[in-house]
Design a protein around this ligand. Structure first.
Ligand code: ZN
Length: 180
């Protein structure tokens, strides 16, 4: 089966920077709904469109087509007592960036002082050119429900569990969110 709109694609991937330093060896394949649902980078969809299981390729994606340029305005300092304890550098929280109306931003703790915490809302890969080694493992037709929801269901797909967390009362709370 060829990869086309409304197919579910299982792809093994290895992510490196432009100097070929390994960033992430996908320990589990990525499984996504193909066809512009923003479940993966558009450049990856473009590369895989029309291909079949067994296809392998390496692509390089510039920051503007990946996670954007680094934005210093997304770095903020919070009172430590507004964040859960214990807190450590590298932890990530979901919160609302100022001025953002709907999309929650993931903030990474980059520094901790006695009573303040520095949170960086840039994607950890912002500002980087990325190299993806892709290898298509499986292609199947999406179910009607997956198409309606705009994401994959099933073992490696979307879990509906987090949805209740999106109800934020005041819009500026940070919640602990397992990301990996
Ligand atoms: Zn769903």
């Amino acid at each position: 089966m060829k990869i086309a709109k409304d197919t579910v694609v299982t792809v093994n991937y290895k992510l490196s920077d432009a100097q070929n330093n390994l960033i992430e060896e996908g320990s589990q394949p990525m499984v996504y709904l193909h066809g512009g649902y923003e479940n993966t980078l558009p450049k990856i969809e473009e590369e895989l469109d029309g291909k079949e299981a067994g296809y392998s390729s390496t692509i390089q994606v510039e920051p503007e087509d990946a996670f954007g340029d680094y934005d210093p305005a997304l770095v903020k300092v919070e009172e430590r007592n507004r964040l859960p304890e214990p807190i450590e550098v590298g932890m990530q929280f979901e919160g609302m960036a100022e001025g953002a109306d709907e999309e929650p931003t993931i903030f990474t703790v980059t520094e901790i002082a006695e009573d303040k915490v520095v949170l960086d809302g840039n994607h950890p890969l912002a500002g980087m050119a990325l190299r993806f080694e892709l290898s298509v493992v499986d292609v199947r037709a999406a179910t009607a429900e997956e198409v309606q929801h705009g994401h994959v269901h099933g073992p490696h797909g979307h879990h509906h569990g987090h949805e209740e967390m999106e109800d934020s009362e005041e819009g500026d709370h940070f919640r602990s969110q397992p990301l990996q």
